[in-house]
Design a protein around this ligand. Structure first.
Ligand SMILES: [Zn+2]
Ligand SMILES: [Zn+2]
Length: 840
């Protein structure tokens, strides 16, 4: 018999799909649009094109494709598009070191990705393909920027930024890993620069609340909540009398205000140099701030870390008692939290306490346990400074040493003190978020140009929509020199002011590439629209994305930014959804022999190599079979072999059954008995199991295992079924059902098997339906052990009594061998599962 020729099979079906545009789906108003079908938007996160696709890509697109196929066969019109997140630093760094234009290397990578995705047979509507570096796309990124600018959601401000001296660019907090640049590893420095921001903080509350309206994994929601970091308390104003400047701080414990004995600002606080200026500490402050910028928030905030800081030589006034508190800059205060400044209450905060100890500052107890004695908290040895701070819950505390508020229960005091401050204009109730505005300026070439100019007369002038896109100019030197490489493109920079017609200069920063990927799912809906970013009616025929699929590493930023932009656009009445991704699935990583894959380890699995050797169906099926797709899984070559053998077995079954059985179709033989009946029941069991596994969080691994079981059952029973019409009908049904159920995971072979038996196109036929009547007297696979070792699996009726299970177990040929000449001393039956025979 011929062997399973995956390559020939895959070519044949791919050719059909490509020729017929099978996976293309029309928009409303286009020929073939079927308004009666419900829609389903299945989307995997778009890839960053670099080199060749890696194993993670194989996994994510195999998952997405299974979801898309399953939805189509359940009667949905499915949009399943593809695009490329094409701007970004790696291509630019490559350009700096090789001189190759980032466009050239990026487009070469895109071509590789396209080739591979086609080779894998992913069911993509290629007519919707887009790439974020194409002017036809970034024109609309610029258009969205202008809409945000009009609404005050895009703005410029001077900010202390993290700066990579080697890459000569601003880094977002997330691009700083352990104080070093994520890209090149250089220690990060502090710089003050005018930057563009998006006002995502305006949306903090909605970004938080609307998490309740979407079906996302709980751990992803938690990550989003923590990133937004909402807390309730009071904003209290501390005034620096010398400079006449107010410094508001946020505190969740306004009841401890009388215990504030010093004041700390973060190294990134915009006023740090202004406060230090003219004091004897100026130089030390500068050095301290620079050093602090090289360390991560986690390191700086760590409890056990020795506290360091520098006095600024100035004071602020505590609004409740008029005391002057010395100001310090200290790296344990993070600008990410609150206002970047804190009132320090060393008696009741661990870090403040350690700082006070290190600098010999006063520690003043102001709250004690409600049931405690006098003014001495438990931790207080009595006289002098306590040996540790007293940090409790305000519900069980009352105030001491707090002027008119002394004796008041802490929860009441929180309110009373806040009200007292409010009446004097020195404070108010406040909610604080950890979320900061989104810094989108990048001093880089390979990104989307920001569509504004600077005119001497008019200042900042946004370009009118009809001047978009602002094309990225061609340049030859990509190396950053402390400003954007675009600044060197003099002909491009010098332009005309759209307001007055006089000379103007273009903005030379480009946008963070996260902006590009925050709206691409909208453009897929209407990708060829030349007159608008999208048509609203078309957009609403697809949005929101019903199933979004991607790596958990994007659980915070990408998802937060996309949610923000969607809400902002909805507020401008440009679209009608508040949340872009109704359902989210995050996938686990693939390791090899237990280790993370990396080039340096030399253990990287190149999917192309496996596809070449075994075919796309094997690679795709294996990557789904390897474990639950939301979990990490370990790749082994033996595992690939095993899946390949299974596909070969199904192919041979199809060959044999097609050759040896009659052409009668549809003979579902309701009246069939014996083995024919058992095979029909097994087929319906598999339909039921695969369907439930897919619907229950994409448990593709157990779904594929169920198809394997069905194929095994067909092999076991087939010889007894040939020659009997009902038996042959059952065999044909089992075989085509196996092809049909496998189609979402191994589409080429699934189509081949189904066609050979049913003479039809599996993707045009509905998903198989379970016949419950054939499930009722279902069988199950009884595991038989001898002395705890697996020796056989036998089919048994679900309702078989224990004696029957024991009889089946003992009479199985494989078990008999192990019983030979031995005595059974114990028989253990776990109904519905296993029999263990203990022998001696
Ligand atoms: Zn760097
Ligand atoms: Zn002007």
């Amino acid at each position: 018999m011929e062997r399973y020729d995956a390559d020939a099979i895959e070519r044949r079906w791919k050719a059909v799909w490509e020729r017929e545009g099978t996976w293309e789906v029309p928009n409303p108003g286009e020929p073939g649009f079927d308004a009666t079908k419900p829609r389903s938007y299945v989307l995997e996160m778009l890839p960053y094109p670099s080199g060749e696709p890696h194993i993670g890509h194989l996994k994510v697109y195999s998952i997405g494709d299974a979801v898309a196929h399953y939805a189509r066969r359940n009667g949905y019109r499915v949009i399943h598009p593809m695009g490329y997140d094409a701007f970004g630093l790696p291509a630019e760094n490559h350009a700096i070191s090789t001189g190759e234009h980032p466009r050239a290397s990026t487009e070469a990578a895109i071509a590789s990705f396209q080739r591979q995705f086609r080779r894998w047979g992913i069911s993509i509507d290629w007519t919707r393909e887009l790439s974020t570096h194409e002017p036809s796309y970034y024109r609309w990124t610029q258009w969205i920027f202008l809409r945000l600018l009009e609404r005050g959601l895009a703005y410029r401000k001077e900010a202390t930024v993290k700066w990579c001296p080697k890459d000569a660019t601003v880094l977002a907090n997330e691009q700083v890993i352990d104080g070093r640049c994520e890209r090149c590893g250089s220690p990060v420095e502090a710089r003050q620069l005018e930057q563009w921001f998006f006002r995502i903080t305006d949306y903090a509350e909605r970004l938080l609340e609307d998490l309740d309206s979407i079906d996302w994994p709980p751990h992803v929601k938690t990550m989003q909540r923590n990133w937004i970091g909402r807390s309730e308390g009071a904003e209290v104003v501390f005034r620096c009398q010398e400079l006449g400047v107010d410094y508001p701080v946020f505190t969740t414990r306004p009841d401890t205000l009388f215990g504030a004995t010093f004041f700390v600002i973060a190294p990134e606080h915009p006023d740090v140099f202004r406060l230090a200026a003219g004091t004897p500490h100026e130089q030390r402050v500068r050095e301290y701030v620079n050093r602090a910028m090289t360390e991560s928030p986690e390191e700086r905030g760590a409890e056990e870390r020795p506290k360091t800081g520098v006095p600024l030589g100035r004071t602020v006034t505590n609004p409740v008692n008029g005391e002057e508190l010395p100001i310090f800059v200290a790296d344990y205060v993070l600008v990410e939290y609150g206002t970047g400044a804190i009132m320090a209450v060393p008696a009741h905060d661990q870090r403040d306490y350690e700082f006070a100890k290190a600098f010999g500052l006063e520690i003043r107890t102001v709250v004690v346990p409600s049931d405690g004695e006098g003014g001495s908290p438990e931790a207080d040895g009595g006289e002098g400074d306590p040996s540790a701070p007293f940090v409790g819950h305000s519900e069980n505390e009352r105030l001491v040493n707090s002027g008119p508020f002394t004796g008041m229960p802490a929860p009441e005091a929180k309110q009373a003190i806040t009200e007292w401050l409010q009446r004097r204009g020195l404070g108010k109730l406040a909610v604080s978020y950890r979320l900061r505005d989104w810094l989108i300026s990048r001093q880089r070439y390979w990104g989307c140009p920001i569509p504004v100019v600077y005119c001497e007369r008019d200042g900042l002038v946004p370009l009118p929509d009809d001047e978009l896109p602002v094309l990225l100019p061609e340049i030859e030197d990509f190396a950053p020199r402390g400003r954007s490489p675009l600044a060197a493109a003099e002909d491009w920079v010098a332009t005309t002011c759209p307001a007055c017609g006089g000379p103007a200069r273009r903005e030379t920063d480009t946008m963070d590439t996260f902006v590009d990927s925050s709206w691409y799912f909208l453009r897929y809906c209407d990708p060829r629209n030349d007159s608008a970013a999208w048509d609203r009616e078309v957009l609403e025929s697809w949005m929101p994305v019903d199933q979004y699929i991607g790596g958990v590493e994007h659980a915070i930023l990408h998802l937060m930014y996309a949610r923000f932009l969607t809400k902002a656009l909805a507020d401008m009445d440009l679209l009608g959804v508040q949340e872009p991704f109704a359902t989210l699935f995050t996938l686990g990583m693939i390791t090899r022999e237990g280790a993370k894959m990396s080039k340096s380890r030399g253990n990287v699995v190149d999917p192309a190599q496996y596809v070449e050797r075994y075919g796309a169906d094997t690679a795709r099926c294996y990557v789904l079979f390897i474990g639950p797709p939301d979990q990490d899984a370990d790749w082994t070559d033996e595992g690939v072999e095993g899946v390949h053998r299974f596909l070969g077995r199904l192919w041979r079954l199809k060959e044999e059954v097609a050759a040896r059985t009659g052409e009668e179709r549809g003979a579902r033989s309701e009246g069939s008995t014996g083995d024919a009946r058992r095979l029909l029941e097994k087929s319906h069991w598999a339909i039921d199991k695969v369907t439930r596994d897919i619907e229950r969080g994409f448990q593709f691994n157990t779904a594929i295992a169920a198809v394997m079981e069905l194929v095994n059952a067909a092999y076991r029973l087939k010889d007894a079924l040939y020659g009997d019409p009902a038996g042959e009908a059952a065999l044909r049904f089992a075989t085509s059902t196996a092809g049909s159920l496998l189609f979402p995971f191994a589409p080429h072979l699934g189509a081949e098997v189904y066609d050979a038996i049913e003479g039809g196109r599996v993707w045009e036929d509905p998903w198989p339906q379970v016949d419950r009547a054939l499930l009722e007297s279902d069988t199950f696979t009884l595991v038989v052990q001898v002395n705890g070792k697996l020796r056989a699996r036998v089919e048994a009726a679900v309702d078989a009594p224990e004696e029957e299970l024991l009889r089946l177990a003992r009479e199985s040929a494989a078990v008999k061998r192990h019983l030979d000449g031995k005595e059974i001393v114990k028989q253990i039956v776990v109904p519905g599962k296993l029999v263990n025979l203990v022998v001696r």
